[in-house]
Design a protein around this ligand. Structure first.
Ligand SMILES: *Cc1c(COP(=O)(O)O)cnc(C)c1O
Length: 452
């Protein structure tokens, strides 16, 4: 095969998600109740999530069938193409073969609808009338808005106020798909009113928006809450990416030596990596896995592996994960989706056990790679995705030095069509690199809950 694009037949759309917990090589620490420090049970989570998703969160079944109703929506853009980046290879003059799985072809432009559609489906099946969530830059909010629209559920999004003001187009997209979008902090919730009383001009944060969305779900029986990353069931839904990529690499007749993805909460990386990791865990494959994070928010490379809250306001259960401390507020880098203090517990445990490597980059280096990619392959990467592009290019450049023809596979998690202001800043030389603030992280880590 010598084409550029490897397209799977719709009939090959995977019929099951891969649950890596079935093959986990180390014990997985339980999720703890923040007050009792005991493992949480299904009843603790029932006010927030439908039972089907709670069951998936703790399931040990290796494969979980994808409902036909979910596959029917996936077919609008799935299977997504696997692309050989031949023009980038030529531009780099590398013997490496570079492939990317293009998740940017979904209607909202990222991998996020893979879980949004599944979550909307299971909520609808259990009679939920409305879903609340938070969004920063709007990628997650727009994916959930589209999914809720398909299944006839109301969607209410608390959007960080500064993004609501500065990124009006993602807000338009959410409203276009029928969601109601509220700038956070808002006067609608006790959490929002408390912040506004202290500071009427607060521009909000993801932590505050989570508190508002959780409060509304916890206090209304017809409303549930939805999360776009981090949790086991979210990573599970994303494995449709890797299952497709396995079949596509087979079509090509190659096997990746290294699999790369950017990590915010860890879901797009895990979605591509876990089905290939199954080969390592069960069949002795030697594949390397590289998670790429920003130097301004380096959870795996600089954080600790410990129990911490998922949110700033200390409302969530405690997760054992790589964390910079839940009170740490990262600098305002343009990769908004990577500005999260923690990391998915599944990714964290595998990194801790040595199955996953991590690397961190400054944003100027990341945008330089993104522009090189756009000028060779045409597609403009999201700032988050550009982290994976940077790592893939560096891997290919090392191959040029060593003369090795490695096979590199990375996840192209989303396009950057709503991020052109960030590209403007880079092209005009106005983009700032933020050193990781060691003293602030130390302060945040001192505030970790005493558990485990
Ligand atoms: C949200 C987002 C990310 C980061 O989230 P993960 O859960 O780590 O995948 C990465 N890329 C894009 C395009 C996103 O929208």
């Amino acid at each position: 095969m010598d084409g550029n694009k490897f397209i799977l037949d719709e009939a090959k759309l995977p019929k099951a998600w891969y649950n890596i917990i079935a093959d986990f090589p180390v014990p997985l620490p339980p999720v703890l109740h923040p007050a009792t420090l005991q493992p949480v049970g299904p009843d603790d989570l029932a006010p927030l999530f439908p039972m089907a998703l709670i069951c998936q969160e703790v399931s040990t079944e290796r494969y979980i069938p994808i409902p036909e109703e979910v596959r029917a929506v996936y077919r609008l853009w799935r299977p997504t193409p696997l692309v050989r980046a031949r023009r980038l290879e030529q531009d780099l003059d590398t013997p490496a073969h570079i492939y990317y799985k293009n998740e940017s072809v979904s209607p909202p432009g990222s991998h996020k609808p893979n879980t949004a559609v599944a979550q909307a489906y299971y909520n609808k099946a259990e009679g939920v009338r409305r879903i609340t969530t938070e969004t920063g830059a709007g990628q997650w909010g727009s994916a959930l808005a589209m999914a809720c629209n398909f299944f006839g559920i109301e969607c209410k999004v608390y959007m960080v106020k500064i993004s609501y003001q500065q990124k009006p187009y993602r807000r338009s997209l959410m409203q276009l798909w029928g969601a109601s979008v509220t700038p956070s902090p808002s006067p609608e919730t006790a959490a929002g009113r408390k912040i506004l009383a202290q500071n009427p001009d607060s521009l909000g944060s993801l932590g505050i928006a989570i508190s508002e969305a959780v409060e509304v779900a916890a206090t209304n029986t017809d409303t549930k809450y939805s999360l776009g990353s981090v949790l086991n069931h979210v990573l599970l839904h994303q494995t449709v990416i890797g299952e497709e990529a396995l079949l596509q690499m087979e079509m090509v007749g190659e096997e990746p030596d290294v699999v790369i993805g950017c990590v915010g909460g860890g879901s797009n990386f895990a979605g591509l990596a876990f089905p290939f990791l199954r080969g390592v865990l069960c069949e002795g494959a030697k594949t390397r896995f590289v998670a790429v994070e920003p130097k301004a928010c380096p959870s795996i490379t600089k954080g600790v592996y410990a129990y911490d809250f998922g949110d700033t306001a200390e409302t969530t259960p405690l997760l054992k994960m790589h964390t910079l401390g839940h009170s740490f507020v990262p600098a305002g880098i343009h990769a908004g989706g990577l500005r999260y203090h923690g990391m998915a517990p599944l990714v964290s445990a595998l990194a801790q056990a040595g199955y996953i490597e991590a690397v961190a980059y400054h944003q100027n280096a990341v945008f330089q790679a993104a522009v090189q990619f756009a000028r060779s392959e045409g597609i403009v990467p999201a700032p988050e995705t550009a982290h994976a592009v940077r790592a893939a290019i560096d891997e290919a450049l090392r191959c040029k030095e060593s003369g090795e023809a490695k096979v590199i596979l990375f996840n192209f998690s989303g396009h950057g069509h709503f991020d052109l202001a960030a590209y403007d800043a880079y092209l005009s030389g106005a983009l700032q690199d933020y050193e990781y603030p060691e003293s602030e992280v130390a302060k945040a880590l001192a505030g970790l809950p005493r558990a485990g």
